[in-house]
Design a binder for this molecule. Sequence first.
Ligand code: PEP
Ligand code: MG
Length: 756
Amino acid sequence: MPKVYLFTDGNEDRLQLGNKGANLVTMTKLNLPVPPGFVVSLGAFAEYKRTGQLPMKEIEAALKALQRRMGKRLGDLMVSVRSSGPVSMPGMMDTVLNVKNEGHIISCIKAVFESADSARAVEYRRINNIPAEMAGTAAVIQAMVMGNADQRSGTGVAFTRNPNTGENSLFGEYLPVAQGEDVVSGRRTPMNIEAFRQQLPEAYAELNRIGHVLENHYKEMQDIEFTVERATLYMLQTRSGKRSGQAAVKIAVDMVKEGLISTEQALMRVTHTDLDALLHKRVDPSNTIKPLTKGLNAAPGAATGKVVFDVREAVEWAQRGPVILVRPETSPDDIVGIHAATGVLTSRGGLTSHAAIVTRAMGKACVCGASELNVDLGAQQFTVGGRVVKRGAEITIDGTTGNVYLGALPLVEAAIYGELDELLGWADQNRRLGVMANADTPEMIRQAIRFGAEGVGLLRTERQFNEPDELATIREFILADSPVHRSEALVKLRKMQRNDFVEIFKALDGRPVIIRLLDLPLHEFLPHEAVHDPGIRSRIEELQEVNPMMGHRGVRVGVTYPELYQMQIDAIADAKAAVSNANALIMIPQIITVQELLWVKKMVKDPSAKVGIMMETVRACMRADSLGSTAAFFSFGTNDLTQATYSFSREDVEKKFLPYYLDQGILMDNPFETIDVNGVGKLIETAVKSARKANPDLSIGVCGEHGGDPRSIHFFHNAGISYVSCSPFRVPIARLVAAQAALDEKDRLIRLTRDD
Ligand code: PEP
Ligand code: MG
């Protein structure tokens, strides 16, 4: 196999020529103005690494051919020597310009080959997970064109479309009387490409034409390097250009309309990170202020506001302007404050802590587990690295990155626009997974519908007791000292719940809603602060548990306090009677046996009502056949199922040992974020199989945090799950990724058939 290839040889094998080399060959084939040259291949690189020898004979022959082509001898002819890896590593390897003699040409090739193992290249590969087999480089030797020859010469970089907005027009920079290194080194500041158009209109028009030729060939937006020598344009490099989320969406959709790519290709080109960045407010990308500290990026979006520590104060101050609620951690007691705040910052708690889940569901920014933060509730201040931030000071939190800043930084709005809608419409036509939302209030439901949710896959009813009146009434129920007081509280609760459900059904306008009956242990509704009343104190003590997550919660509350579940079931029926197109399903949490399901089903008077269960205990997964033939549907509560499978407390693990496990590589991923395919995933697959055997049409969803996680969505698609349910702000991401999972599967099937 040859080790050296002339650009005119026509070989475009990226694994031999690297990206730059292969693209120069392609441009030569397309008759674009590429200064001639040749590539010393990756095969030569591998041999050099083994033997220390370069293929001298082939290099000399290629040099001769180059000299003949240029009609110059080396010495008069100058060349550049650049790296060309199979994976682009911008700026990581050596480039040598203006090489004049053969001995220098040879040492430069060696230098380029050696630079593939430089510390910064190794570090770059580590950070970007580039595998070792992709670590090599070819060397590109190319005749120099002189961007510094005269006033009508220069060098530049251009994108065929705007990489920030996606707008279809040439975007870039130009430096007159300069060589590439002058731009890269930052020694001189380049001018806007518009200046190039004005100075050299013909060369600009040629660049524009070439941009179109390249896009037509690669079907991708290109990032081009060019040089102008005495008003003649030369192409030095092209590759697909990096772009912002907004640009990724616009370019993909525009290219479909221009007939360059199919809708399927467009869907595969936009990533979930592209969408994530689009759907929330962000810190202005031009910000240069350094963060004060960093925590976990718990709920995406950025928020600015005045620091408050007290929940009541949060509600009060929020009427006058945005506030950020700062707490060591949050509990259900803090809900009104969280609701009023624009963002939440905690010093403890992980990505499935109360603060994280609640804010994500509400679409509020949250940074949690910022462990450098010392929150002093008594003094109404927090300190970090010796700096004191007092109540009322303005801060900015960025829940997308986890950064916390002093002061109110400028934010940019989430951009939802026509192209995104179009792209997601194509996603809906291609996906098999349903996409529902976890939403608890009419406001959130409307948001979820705007983002394309088909309905609500999880409505946590305990969240309805966040309002002060509801909270007070459920406390009355829990603390009632007589059956009469207890039923009085129940009557009030039924009415309140009914009214809530009516508003919820109206917001859904006929779409389905899965209402989960109470899951929370009752003591969570009682005051957390010091209580003086001895009666209340003893009731709190009675309800207190050592291990509440595994204690008296879920259906166990429904079994021991049947009147509570009965009240909820009746309130749902009352509301259904009031809203003609209501489509409500009832879901029971924490089921372990079919007997519990039958126990609750007895309370449901309407024979047409659908009663399903949450699959969040290991036993339920093992009993999926009998449960599957009795339940109307399943929904995997993967938060609790992960907790139960690992015996990791979801409230504590992320602030204790999990980061260490991840650092040391004992676990590769946080199992509360990305589904643990080999453990929890096996349970899910087993349960799905045996449930579907018993009941082939059973609808099976996922409503834990994993329902909005891209990698997990791929797994759920392949496991035969019917739908995922996630927080409203993740709905567009789930729609896109569900389509990508379906397209991946189609692709796999096509390849399998071909192999046959
Ligand atoms: C779950 O356990 O995955 C779930 C959705 O329920 P919650 O988070 O409310 O316990
Ligand atoms: Mg649960």
